[in-house]
Design a protein around this ligand. Structure first.
Ligand SMILES: Nc1ncnc2c1ncn2[C@@H]1O[C@H](COP(=O)(O)OP(=O)(O)OP(=O)(O)O)[C@@H](O)[C@H]1O
Length: 231
């Protein structure tokens, strides 16, 4: 369980708050985090992962949180397996355990045949999967994924979705995205951010219920209803 209590956050270089009065808990199940550019989604996930600390309020996690950044960096000179093993080692695994863990996680994301390839030589979609394997290698009970499918072609996007579906139910997942299609298949809850606040948080059926009935763009119309304008 990851709990945000009365969290405000501002970047040092800026005067205004980017996260405002956030009180929210993420636990089991799959939550999609929607919101326009600059709403604060990445910042919220970084606060959840402990990459950033709140300006005021508190963020507490009762067990491991794994985070996948918006841009996964390929470590120069390292193979995929070495890169994933490094993440496990950083979290306290011994060298040999980290090495084994990396193989298991790369298999989990369907990259077993790429484990000895230099990470810098992977495709964009493969590198994202290495990023997911890195997050999984820390044995989290909650995964925070920042726009994991942005910029991927439809086949790679589907591949990523299948991998998420294949994760054990005990792992909670929060995914920030701009893609509002097929929410029902992939998620149970929807959180919508706007200007640093969570302005909506409920189940997928409740979210879909806001939209124009029978519209093929029903999810988008729900999203527009919440934000009160065209998006
Ligand atoms: N390192 C930083 N320093 C200063 N301001 C930042 C920094 N990172 C983000 N911001 C600002 O904080 C606000 C929230 O940004 P954030 O990246 O969290 O939004 P987002 O909802 O993830 O956006 P997007 O959908 O475009 O990824 C924006 O106004 C952004 O310009």
């Amino acid at each position: 369980m990851l709990l945000f209590e009365h969290v405000d956050f501002r970047y040092r270089s800026r005067s205004e708050l980017v996260i405002r009065g956030l009180t929210l808990g993420f636990g089991m199940g799959r939550t999609v985090l929607l919101g326009p550019n600059g709403a604060g989604k990445s910042t919220l996930l970084k606060l959840g992962a402990g990459i950033l600390g709140p300006t005021s309020g508190s963020v507490s996690a009762t067990s491991g949180v794994g985070w996948m950044p918006q841009t996964v960096t390929a470590f120069q000179g390292l193979t995929s397996r070495e890169q994933v093993a490094y993440a496990a080692w950083m979290k306290g695994a011994s060298r040999s355990d980290a090495w084994e863990e990396a193989a298991v996680r790369l298999r989990q994301v369907g990259l077993e045949d790429r484990q000895d390839i230099k990470a810098t030589r992977l495709s964009g979609g493969q590198l994202r999967r290495v990023g997911l394997a890195q997050a999984l290698a820390t044995s989290p009970t909650l995964l925070l994924l920042d726009e994991p499918t942005a910029g991927l072609d439809p086949a790679q996007r589907n591949r990523f979705r299948e991998i998420l579906h294949g994760l054990p139910n005990e792992i909670g997942v929060v995914v920030s995205t701009h893609q509002v299609d097929d929410l029902s298949d992939s998620y149970e809850r929807v959180a919508v951010m706007s200007a640093g606040r969570i302005v909506w948080f409920d189940t997928v059926p409740a979210f879909m219920g806001l939209g124009v009935v029978d519209s093929p763009r029903r999810a988008e119309s729900s999203y527009e209803q919440i934000l009160g304008r065209d998006v």
